[in-house]
Design a protein around this ligand. Structure first.
Ligand SMILES: [Mg+2]
Length: 104
C-alpha cells in the first residue's frame, strides 16, 4: 500500500469513527504523532516486543498522514516521498566527509 492509498484508508476511518477532521485540528494530530513517538520510545526503553514498538511507530505514521490530508491536501505524498528521498541522497555524509574518513 502506498502513502496516498494509506491516506484514503485513514480518511475513511476518521469519517467512520467521528475523529477530528477539520483543518484547525492539524496541530492536535501532529501533537498526537509526537505522543505516539513517545509511546514508541517508552516501549523500546521498557524492552517491549518488536510487535509493540512497530505498532506505536505505525500510530505515528497514521497521525502524520492524517495531518497531511488536512495540512497539505494538494500534495501527493508518494511523490513527495520520492522527491525528498532524492534531496536527502544529495546530502553530504553524516556531519561531513571528515567523519567518513575517521570511521572507515
Ligand atoms: Mg499508540
Amino acid at each position: 500500500m502506498h502513502l496516498e492509498e494509506m491516506k484514503k484508508e485513514i480518511e475513511r476511518l476518521v469519517l467512520e469513527k467521528g475523529f477530528y477532521n477539520k483543518p484547525e485540528d492539524v496541530p492536535k494530530k501532529l501533537l498526537f504523532a509526537f505522543i505516539e513517538l513517545g509511546e514508541a520510545s517508552d516501549a523500546w526503553k521498557k524492552g517491549k516486543s518488536e510487535e509493540v514498538i512497530g505498532e506505536e511507530l505505525i500510530d505515528v505514521i497514521f497521525y502524520v498522514l492524517d495531518a497531511s490530508r488536512l495540512a497539505c491536501s494538494t500534495i501527493n505524498m508518494d511523490e513527495m516521498f520520492l522527491k525528498k528521498l532524492e534531496k536527502n541522497k544529495k546530502r553530504q555524509y553524516q556531519y561531513g566527509e571528515g567523519h567518513r574518513l575517521e570511521s572507515n
